[in-house]
Design a binder for this molecule. Structure first.
Ligand SMILES: Cc1cc2nc3c(=O)[nH]c(=O)nc-3n(C[C@H](O)[C@H](O)[C@H](O)COP(=O)(O)OP(=O)(O)OC[C@H]3O[C@@H](n4cnc5c(N)ncnc54)[C@H](O)[C@@H]3O)c2cc1C
Length: 418
């Protein structure tokens, strides 16, 4: 049996491991199952949230229907991945484990190493596929943008039409329901957050490219207008209900349609300029998505250490009691600064706020409240429904001026010391 191990890739379209398993089952007669493991170690970490889990559960429910329509089974198991694989391989021997590469946090990195070791020891082929335009290993900064562009332009992997499953009863149904014991608490954002699933993702992409996105370039910074004018694809890209490549190719296609409309004189000049500018801005951001994840992929230590080592103890001089009070006020939206408090409350209630306001919230915490980014980064990650460690940590560090780029802080520190 081949096992497709699903993680942050909860879709059927543009999914190389599923396509490979379908090929194996049709051409070589090797049955396959899709497996999602609810890992206590991952879900009990300080950066995981009940809203993330609820989004995943919704996405899995939709994916299960898509897979079943094509003859495949989705197993939901609970536990440490190698133990789950061990148990599964006793039910039916595993030939290959097929998965996407994941650039996650330190816990998922350690778990991937354990899985690779388990596969080697048990004679299971472990095949990993690139999911985003993130390169492992990264041949270097030079040429990265061209490699990214090439990856995005390659035709998407078509959703398989048919899979072959193991005989009924050969594999247990799974530990459905056990994930509720993960102890993550309620999905406190349930009423106002975005919903999971690839259908939602496709609807967001479509409405952005055809209706909502016209003024994106000029309104994305507005804490009022951005809710509607931004693509809102981020949770879908983070949990993989849509591939970045699909978003990229949809946006490129729309640029082609706009050129056609211009050619036939069927679009007003203002509309054309607005749409072209907005879609190009969105395409740049899709490349930033992978650019930032590549940073964490290349330097995993930035989850816990300052990128610029000289800033490591920059904020170590404060009174811990005062720092704890400030942190609580910031988290609860009661700093007394109306703009900060309104943005924080909106984020906590919905799981989303636009880029500029995220930057402002972090900048305020780091500079005005003089909090070390490590004291709030995991908690902040929990608030974002689109939590993506590879974007989150480099961004938090950038807004906290610990990347070595905003050197005025170093100058300020030197000034204070003298
Ligand atoms: C402190 C801080 C933390 C952040 N943490 C995350 C995070 O955990 N997950 C996350 O997806 N984004 C994060 N961002 C980036 C950005 O704020 C969100 O991607 C964006 O607001 C999501 O909304 P959207 O999908 O409507 O984006 P759009 O503006 O419509 O952009 C389309 C896509 O491009 C990508 N993107 C957009 N802006 C950025 C950016 N500045 N850097 C990298 N990729 C970008 C996202 O995948 C996004 O879905 C963070 C930004 C800051 C300042």
């Amino acid at each position: 049996m081949n096992v497709v191990w699903l993680k942050r890739d909860l879709r059927i379209d543009d999914h190389a491991p599923l396509a490979e398993a379908a090929r194996g089952s049709i051409e070589d007669g090797v049955p396959m199952v899709a497996l999602y493991v609810f890992e206590p170690e991952v879900w009990n970490a300080p950066d995981a949230d009940g809203s993330h889990l609820a989004f995943v559960v919704e996405s899995l429910a939709e994916l299960e229907i898509e897979l079943a329509a094509r003859g495949a089974r989705l197993l939901r198991r609970f536990g440490e991945v190698t133990e789950v694989l061990e148990r599964l391989s006793r039910e039916i021997p595993i030939d290959a484990l097929l998965a996407h590469e994941e650039t996650g946090n330190a816990a998922t990195y350690a778990r991937d190493l354990r899985v690779a070791r388990w596969c080697r020891r048990n004679g299971v082929r472990f095949r990993e596929y690139r999911q985003h335009g993130v390169f492992r290993p990264n041949p270097g900064r030079d040429g990265w943008a061209a490699r990214w562009e090439t990856h995005m332009r390659v035709a998407r992997v078509t959703a398989p039409e048919r899979f072959v499953s193991p005989d009924e009863g050969a594999v247990a149904a799974g530990d459905a329901g056990l994930w509720q014991e993960l102890g993550l608490g309620d999905d406190t954002r349930a009423a106002l957050r975005q919903r999971g699933g690839s259908r939602e993702a496709a609807a967001h992409l479509r409405s952005f490219l055809l209706v909502r996105g016209r003024d994106y370039r000029t309104t994305m910074g507005s804490p009022v207008l951005a809710w509607e004018s931004c693509s809102r694809l981020s949770p879908h890209l983070a949990w993989g209900t849509m591939s970045v490549r699909r978003a990229y190719q949809g946006a490129r296609r729309r640029l082609g349609e706009l050129a056609e409309l211009e050619h036939t004189g069927a679009i007003a000049r203002d509309d054309l300029l607005a749409w072209n500018g907005s879609i190009r801005s969105m395409l740049s951001r899709l490349s930033w998505h992978c650019h930032f994840i590549q940073k964490l992929e290349d330097e995993p230590a930035i989850e816990s250490s300052c990128m610029a080592r000289a800033t490591e103890s920059l904020r170590a001089d404060g009174d811990p009691v005062v720092a704890a009070e400030r942190l609580a006020a910031w988290r609860e939206g009661r700093t007394g600064y109306p703009m900060i408090d309104a943005c924080m409350r909106a984020l906590v209630a919905t799981g989303w706020i636009n880029f500029r306001m995220r930057a402002m919230l972090v900048s305020f915490a780091s500079h005005h409240l003089w909090l070390d980014w490590r004291t709030f980064a995991p908690w902040l990650g929990r608030q974002f429904l689109d939590y993506e460690p590879g974007i989150h940590y480099p961004q938090v560090q950038m807004q906290s001026a610990t990347t070595g780029i905003n050197t005025h802080l170093l100058a300020a520190q030197a000034g204070r010391g003298s």
